[in-house]
Design a protein around this ligand. Structure first.
Ligand code: SF4
Length: 368
């Protein structure tokens, strides 16, 4: 029996196994099910892997055999590209994965831009535990500028307006049918100044959760400006003053081992504020990504990170164990249990704290 997802129970949080077993454990698998997408967002962290024609899938029996070996599996995420863009992806990959997850009582998240006609989601979306979308816009003008930025053809404002409205209408319809829609905003110099309006819009669409992350400077997003830590802190402070829905801060660029008093205070505040949670980063701590076209396994789908193995030759648990011994993992996998912190996301550490050796740091504060 699956517990409902709530601020008290986030099955993707890497903190769960640290708390229960005092170690990292592979509980989560992310599948890259497509490299196709109808959009080309300026901030896309996998943009350079996007294609116009898909390769065939690898053998699903091998995939499910590998999942069967993983007794600790609790969550699956489905990502792309846009997983719903091509009906073949829905029929050949998403539905079989949903069936598998249902049999084992595993939570499923679908990452989608939600811009396809509503009927494309009907008949199977109810089996998804979290429908995850991106929301970084005030209006269709922002949407137009951002989501077609890397398209190799011009897209009219009229098309952008229609697509933006479709996304919002789809989110509302799903929410009305009690589907858990979670909208993510990245904090950048642009979005930080409008974060309160975006929060209100997300609540208005009926989303149950607002996820807030840094911009990941990978692939298309590599050249984009990052928000300063001071501006990031200010945006978080504003947002948590009056959360109108659950706000989840993921890959947060502040740590309890910081010597900055402001950062220590913010960490505490986030842990005591109602309707606010901090998620410890799953990538490489409790999650691996499997590419369904190659069988390659990586710690995240972001293109710059090399593969650590392949499901045709290795068990998932063995790949995870090998990754934990890797110097990159050792450098970032610090744990301070009393502060409820399991260290930084790789891209966050590289962007904001290139000089810090996290394995030598210790938290200055505690939270209960
Ligand atoms: S777990 Fe790592 S990042 Fe977190 S407080 Fe401890 S040393 Fe700092």
């Amino acid at each position: 029996m699956k517990l409902p997802i709530s601020p008290q129970w986030d099955p993707w949080d890497a903190w769960n196994t640290i708390q229960a077993k005092h170690r990292y454990e592979l509980t989560s698998i992310e599948f890259t099910v497509t490299n196709l997408c109808n959009l080309r967002c300026e901030h896309c962290a996998v943009g350079e892997t996007l294609l116009h024609k898909e390769e065939p899938f690898i053998c699903f029996q091998t995939v499910f055999d590998r999942l069967d070996e993983l007794e600790t599996l609790q969550t699956i995420s489905i990502t792309g590209g846009e997983p719903v863009f091509h009906s073949d992806t829905v029929e050949k990959a998403i539905k079989p994965i949903l069936q598998y997850a249902k049999k084992r009582g595993i939570y499923i998240q679908l990452n989608t831009n939600l811009t396809l006609p509503y009927h494309r989601y009907e008949g199977w979306i109810q089996d998804v535990d979290v429908v995850h979308i991106s929301y970084n816009y005030r209006d269709y003008h922002d949407f137009h500028r951002m989501v077609y930025a890397k398209m190799n053809r011009t897209v009219s404002e009229a098309v952008a307006e229609k697509t933006f409205q479709l996304m919002k209408d789809n989110a509302k319809k799903l929410a009305e049918q009690d589907v858990f829609v979670s909208a993510e905003t990245f904090l950048s110099p642009f979005t930080a100044s409008h974060i309160l309006q975006m929060h209100d819009d997300i609540v208005e669409m009926g989303c149950k959760r607002h996820e807030v992350h840094p911009l990941y400077p990978s692939d298309f997003a590599k050249g984009m400006s990052l928000l300063s830590l001071d501006d990031y802190r200010n945006a978080v402070e504003q947002l948590i003053e009056n959360p109108k829905a659950w706000i989840l801060f993921g890959t947060l660029p502040f740590f309890p081992c910081s010597n900055e008093k402001n950062d220590q205070l913010l960490w505490k505040k986030l842990h005591y504020q109602k309707n606010v949670t901090v998620r410890q980063d799953p990538d490489g701590r409790n999650r691996l990504n499997i590419n369904l076209f190659t069988g390659d396994v990586t710690i995240t789908d972001f293109a710059d990170i090399p593969s650590f193995g392949n499901i045709f030759t290795h068990k998932l648990a063995d790949i995870f164990a090998a990754w934990l011994q890797h110097p990159m993992a050792k450098k970032l996998h610090c744990i301070c249990p009393a502060a409820k912190c399991t260290g930084p996301n790789l891209l966050v550490a590289d962007s904001y704290y290139p000089e810090w050796n996290f394995s030598e740091r210790k938290a200055h504060i505690e939270v209960s």
